[in-house]
Design a protein around this ligand. Sequence first.
Ligand SMILES: [Zn+2]
Length: 305
Amino acid sequence: MLSVVTRVAAVMVTALASATLAATTASATSTPEPAVRSYDRAPSASTTTAAAAPVVTRTQRDGKAVSFTFDDGPHPTYTPQVLDLLAQNQLKATFCLVGTEVEKYPDLVRRINAEGHALCNHSWQHDSMQTKPVADIRADLTRTSNAIRAAVPNAVIKYYRAPYGEWGASPDVAQELGMTSVGWSVDPRDWALPGADAIAQSVRTNLRDTGVVLLHDAGGVREQTVSAVRVLLPELKAAGWFFDVPQDLNGAVNCTGIPAWSPTQVYTGGQSVTHAGRKWTAKWWTQNNTPGTNDVWSNAGLCPV
Ligand SMILES: [Zn+2]
């Protein structure tokens, strides 16, 4: 018993240190670089948000899984090239679409959807959401989803991503509209045109289990991105990576056999519980931390009712 108490105390210290480190990292990287062109500038930290709703930065499944996400399209030149590469490798990705481009190229939206890729709302005209009022954000995201559904009737749009990662209050609005806000964990800064090899190498170096990779198939010249993707897809597939969708907080997950959370129970990292209609997974050893009120538990999705 003594050893359990000691271990829990040690883990609590580790958890506190991790939380402090995370907060420091977020504040250190939240200042965006100056704008170069509307679509070509450094994204803010994907964790910059004033909203209560979470921004996920991981895949749906655990383990050696990766989500490739392509932003700012569709684009008449690069989107078909990316789709061809995905098809050749029999892999799926997620496309974060800009409303004005959806309106121009509805056939490409239909192709993305028909080939089984996930759809993501990336705002009407790539505005920062940092200071936008909630009503304006709601109008913007609704207009964008309506344009996607005009191209693909009854399209399932599970995801939303804020331009530049400048979320403001938008994750709350996205949640209200049934979308999970998706950030990223790997940013090879392809928009800065570092060269195809540098883009590919950055992904290789920084990719960890459940990684979400930020790439762009539009918003500028994307030949380097396409070249990097041409190399990365077969390479990562051969190395055993599963190409997954980002975590879907509004999707139903299997809660069968998962115990209800109890404040008196000690949980270890990776253990799952149900609480308030959702499945939660502990990030580390914990006791008496209510799921949803702190950073100890990750939200794994809705239990079907
Ligand atoms: Zn973008």
